[in-house]
Design a protein around this ligand. Sequence first.
Ligand SMILES: Cc1ncc(COP(=O)(O)O)c(C=O)c1O
Length: 345
Amino acid sequence: MKRSFASDNNAPVHPDIMQAIINANNDDFVSYGDDPYTLKAKNIFNKKFGVDVEVFFVCTGTGANVSAISHLIKPWQTVIAASTAHIHHDECGAPEKYTGSKLHTVNSLDGKLTVSQLKPFLHSVGFEHHAQPGIISITQSTELGMVYTPEEIEEIARFANQNDMYLHLDGARIANALTSLNISLEEMITHTGVDVMSFGATKNGLLMGEAVVFLNPELARGFQYVRKQSMQLVSKMRYVSAQFIAHFQDDLWLKTATHANQMARLLAEKIRHIPQVKLTMPVQTNAVFAAIPKEIIQPLQEKYYFYVWNPEMGEVRWMTHFNTTEEDIEDFVKCIEDLLETSNK
Ligand SMILES: Cc1ncc(COP(=O)(O)O)c(C=O)c1O
């Protein structure tokens, strides 16, 4: 069986999560979230955020992003995101289709935005020929595996707030970011001024389940209709909620993310000693970006799944997850070394 370093989405479901689904499969319950599992899961979210948040469970990360953004934006406004953002690259134009709004991107090598990159957008404010800046969307951790510090998020949130914009955070890999900095959700999100976040969990062991979390409950008003119109209202919601309960039980979500990050660090340490392989990004979470000799890419892909990030540079992306083992890393590195040796002969 081919192991995967392609994506944390390639991981299986964590056994505790699968067990939670099985345990929930025991009786009739009211659908669409009016069930005890959903109530319990929502209460856990309040505890984790340290304030009463409004939580809406959804099926996919794209659904979370698109529904959250479309709820807060007007068609004549624009969403500003990094050029690497999932909402720009990997959502098939869904944010533009469902919001009817323009998406503006800012070039970013590490996936992060800074206030100085955002300031030029203020020139459009009040000019009726230009789409008006409405939402800043950042990804934590970024598509390049990098992490914003709470101070950096706070600075962007302050800028958004001062200029009548909302801050959306795509947290498809929020647990990887938290464990990378070893800080709490309160420190990273509640106290920094994020307005709404897409809370990811599928990449961290769930079968399927994400959440849209509004930090200011006022902003959530009417979102239940947007979720339904966005086709993200799950009828058998208790199975999503049961997964979230297990996700947070005994800090499983932090343990799985810590492990994924550790495996990425181990991989980076091991390949650092191979002269023909160059890390192209610092490793802060569970993604490793490296430039490798082009001739070994295809033979390596015959044995392992992974994506080529930049074909011209021979840059590849390797991702680890909760189920990646040290042995997987050792075998993978050995395979790279063997292929390099063969190609040098
Ligand atoms: C940064 C980011 N946001 C959101 C998503 C959610 O995507 P999906 O709609 O496939 O669940 C992903 C998945 O790859 C992602 O990497």
